[in-house]
Design a protein around this ligand. Structure first.
Ligand SMILES: Cc1cc2nc3c(=O)[nH]c(=O)nc-3n(C[C@H](O)[C@H](O)[C@H](O)COP(=O)(O)OP(=O)(O)OC[C@H]3O[C@@H](n4cnc5c(N)ncnc54)[C@H](O)[C@@H]3O)c2cc1C
Length: 457
């Protein structure tokens, strides 16, 4: 996937999960999931009794679920089934946790009939499994899977950098995919049939490994062939930077307000990329700007970047889109901290299109000195037909609500309006998104009218 959108294509399609699309996606995933199990029937390999058939279905579905994790974790926006990157990332995580439980159950389900006979038979079967040399690949894959899933669940608490975790995550699951495929194709009832059935699993395994190799080694090279140039880095609040880059005069890079990219400022490319939402609107192209909060080892060093240096950009991605507002009577933008970037992009997009409907921005931060670009906000309040900003902060906030963005504040800002006819966009850290979503639910705002981006996967 390159950093550029083909010249003749529209900006990235919107993949709102309304019913029709949701149903199609569901059908697509179900078809993919049951393929290997159906193959057992096509190849006349079906099990003899109901329990064995159940275990076989369980195992083949679990393996398919595992292989689908690879495209979910990649950025395959050209394949419709995997095009909604935000949805993919959140489901990659959820499905991963379920896989942990399912793979934990895998040996138990197989050994259960032995334990049903007697505890001695059960224990003997366990010892046979442990001692059998051909079981080694399966045992390593099983232990590896559990450990790697636990490492993913607790990644924020591990004493390692995100980039190190990500590389370990990738390498570990490639090894587990190969070991698990060896296990499936060499032991168990299905493995003994060989032939086409084993080729299906090796095909899926090779495809998954190739996808990882493409993402880590080929894609960075493609991105390097089309670099953006850094044009400015400015501190715009006590904790935020505005980073601007130029896609180049002849560039066909395009995006929808609200979308994000991964960018990499390291000359070596590779895994040192970070996701950031675009804060500018399309009228600024070929310049693209970002509002970035100093939150860690990379974002604290943005001031060291050199104007004129190359930046490698992969994107745009993300399904937030202004066309979601088509039928609404007004637009509410709710930003928490670093979430102001995509909200500002939407606001600037609305200003560019001379929006006549009411637009409200509720912008929250811990401290007043973290509010960015207040001169521009005030100018937009004067120039736009009906735009108002409401600041919310915990301390030192003159003319702002004191506290966090909660139900009371949203209700007060929207006092005369019927929120259920409005579109709400929301961006911020995960706990803030959860709290505001709860408030919106209590205010009876329909879920379909709320579009959010949380600043972590
Ligand atoms: C879709 C999306 C859009 C985002 N948009 C913005 C934005 O507009 N402005 C902004 O300030 N921040 C944004 N972020 C958050 C930003 O990506 C992280 O704050 C940044 O990557 C932290 O890097 P660090 O090394 O400084 O901090 P660290 O201390 O290394 O990491 C802090 C946390 O950020 C996450 N993180 C770190 N590196 C990465 C990475 N390479 N990829 C994914 N997550 C990572 C991890 O969960 C980590 O716990 C966005 C995140 C996502 C997922």
């Amino acid at each position: 996937m390159t950093a550029q959108v083909p010249a003749n294509s529209a900006p990235t399609k919107k993949y709102t999960l309304h019913f029709g699309r949701k149903a199609k996606l569901f059908l697509g995933y179900v078809c993919l999931m049951v393929l290997p199990f159906l193959a057992t029937y096509a190849l006349d390999m079906q099990e003899k009794n109901t329990y064995a058939a159940f275990v076989s279905l369980f195992n083949t579905l679990a393996m398919m679920m595992f292989f689908i994790q690879f495209p979910l974790g990649s950025r395959l926006k050209s394949i419709p089934l995997f095009a909604n990157i935000d949805w993919n990332m959140s489901h990659h995580k959820k499905v991963g946790q379920w896989l942990g439980v399912i793979f934990l159950l895998h040996p138990l389900l197989i050994l259960m009939p032995k334990f049903a006979m007697s505890q001695t038979d059960g224990m003997r079967a366990i010892m046979e499994v442990i001692r059998a040399p051909q079981m080694l690949t399966g045992i390593i894959a099983w232990v590896g899977m559990i450990v790697w899933i636990l490492m993913s669940i607790f990644k924020d608490r591990l004493p390692m950098k995100y980039e190190t975790w990500r590389f370990t995550h990738m390498l570990g699951f490639v090894a587990i995919a190969i070991l698990a495929t060896l296990h499936v194709t060499t032991v168990g009832q299905h493995g003994q049939f060989g032939g086409w059935y084993n080729e299906i699993w090796w095909g899926l395994c090779s495809f998954s490994v190739l996808m990882v190799l493409f993402n880590y080694f080929v894609k960075p090279q493609i991105m390097k062939s089309n670099p953006f140039k850094l044009t400015s880095v400015q501190q715009v609040s006590s904790s935020d930077w505005e980073v601007t880059m130029d896609a180049g005069a002849g560039s066909d890079f395009d995006f929808e307000p609200g979308q994000f990219v991964w960018f990499n400022t390291a000359t070596s490319g590779g895994v040192k990329e970070h996701p950031f939402s675009i804060a500018s609107s399309r009228s600024s192209l070929p310049n693209v700007s970002f509002l970035i909060r100093n939150l860690g080892d990379y974002t604290s060093k943005l001031g060291e970047l050199k104007v004129g240096q190359d930046v490698f950009v992969d994107g745009p991605y993300g399904s937030i889109n202004l066309s979601d507002t088509k039928k609404s009577k007004g637009v509410v933008l709710i930003a928490g901290g670093a979430g102001i970037g995509p909200m500002l992009s939407l606001l600037r997009g609305l200003a560019d299109s001379n929006e006549q409907r009411p637009v409200r921005l509720i912008y929250g931060n811990n401290r007043a000195d973290q509010m960015v670009l207040q001169d521009e906000m005030k100018a937009l309040e004067s120039s736009m037909a009906n735009f108002k900003q409401q600041l919310v902060c915990m301390e030192g906030c003159e003319g702002a609500y004191t506290g966090v963005i909660d139900q009371a504040i949203i209700k007060e800002v929207m006092s005369d309006e019927n929120l259920k006819d409005w579109t709400v966009y929301l961006c911020g850290p995960k706990p803030m998104i959860a709290a505001v979503n709860k408030s919106l639910k209590a205010l009876k705002v329909p879920r379909r009218n709320v579009h959010f981006e949380q600043l972590s996967f």
